[in-house]
Design a protein around this ligand. Structure first.
Ligand SMILES: Cc1ncc(COP(=O)(O)O)c(C=O)c1O
Length: 281
């Protein structure tokens, strides 16, 4: 990646630096967003920018650009780096803080990064999750706080899992970097409250409602273990079947029929989105 955008200026990657007084570094205070570029198109950009603006509002940080300016910066970043398939991270920090506590003028970083696909076997045979008791601070915000997810990354890998899913001892909420849905008796169940509004899940639900009934409510821990099918969604992960929770299989341990249909329907929805935004020729 050759260029990043730093407060609206395009800077070579190696020279893109912020001062150590930045509140993002000193107190971990910042809004975060991540989306993919596929076929040169920023996927579901409008939804990601809405969520970014909401998070900034929750953190009482002002984004120094209008929506159309943000879009223009992103398209220019795609052009300068000739991005076809990549990710872009947005970070809005609390800015340079004289007392290392009080926010000032925010700094906005837009940084492309390479993305790796998840192993194909996860989609064919299903993936494993581990569980951890945790409640994210400001769960509706996508902040830079990934302390628990980052710390547990080592355990996730060591256990051959794809993700850690959080619970509070009674209900399950979401993955460290993904949204959770389950299917029981032909009904998709997912909770919109107390979790990050996942953009991938939102798009999955748009296609899912044509396929099966949907219930929005909290999911009890025992319900997770007795689910017929379990699905994680996320920008890079897309729609991933979960067939093992810790050391227990989900149902018969195979990818379920609804999940297979939903994976296909989501793919078609994504292809249609890309086609509608790809300039012919
Ligand atoms: C806590 C949390 N939940 C859900 C998601 C999935 O969101 P999206 O589908 O918008 O990538 C993420 C993404 O990083 C996340 O951090």
């Amino acid at each position: 990646m050759r260029f990043v955008s730093l407060n609206g200026k395009f800077v070579p990657y190696d020279q893109a630096t912020l001062h150590i007084s930045d509140l993002g570094l000193r107190r971990g205070y910042g809004a975060f967003e991540f989306f993919r570029i596929l076929q040169g198109v920023p996927v579901f950009l409008e939804d990601h920018l809405s969520r970014f603006e909401n998070t900034a509002g929750m953190l009482e940080l002002e984004i120094p650009f209008t929506r159309s300016q943000l879009e223009a910066l992103i398209y220019e970043l795609i052009r300068l780096n000739e991005l076809k398939r990549a990710g872009i991270q947005l970070v809005l920090t609390g800015g340079y803080s004289p007392d290392a506590f009080t926010p000032s003028t925010p700094n906005l970083v837009m940084a492309p990064l390479e993305i790796k696909s998840h192993p194909a076997v996860y989609y064919q045979q299903g993936a494993k999750i581990i569980l951890h008791q945790n409640l994210r601070e400001m769960p509706l915000a996508k902040s830079t706080d990934y302390l628990v997810a980052v710390r547990l990354g080592k355990r996730v890998r060591a256990e051959g899992a794809t993700e850690v899913v959080y619970h509070n001892g009674t209900t399950v909420s979401e993955g460290g970097r993904s949204s959770l849905s389950i299917i029981k008796n032909g009904v998709l169940i997912t909770d919109l409250e107390g979790v990050l509004p996942g953009i991938t899940r939102m798009h999955l639900l748009q296609v899912a409602k044509l396929i099966l009934p949907i219930e929005f409510r909290s999911i009890m821990l025992p319900e997770l273990f007795s689910a017929d099918e379990v699905i994680l969604t996320g920008a890079t992960r897309e729609v991933m079947p979960i067939t093992q929770i810790e050391d227990r299989p989900v149902a018969d341990g195979k990818v379920g029929p609804f999940t297979q249909t939903l994976m296909k329907a989501f793919r078609e929805h994504l292809e249609a989105y890309l086609a509608s935004r790809t300039v012919a020729g």
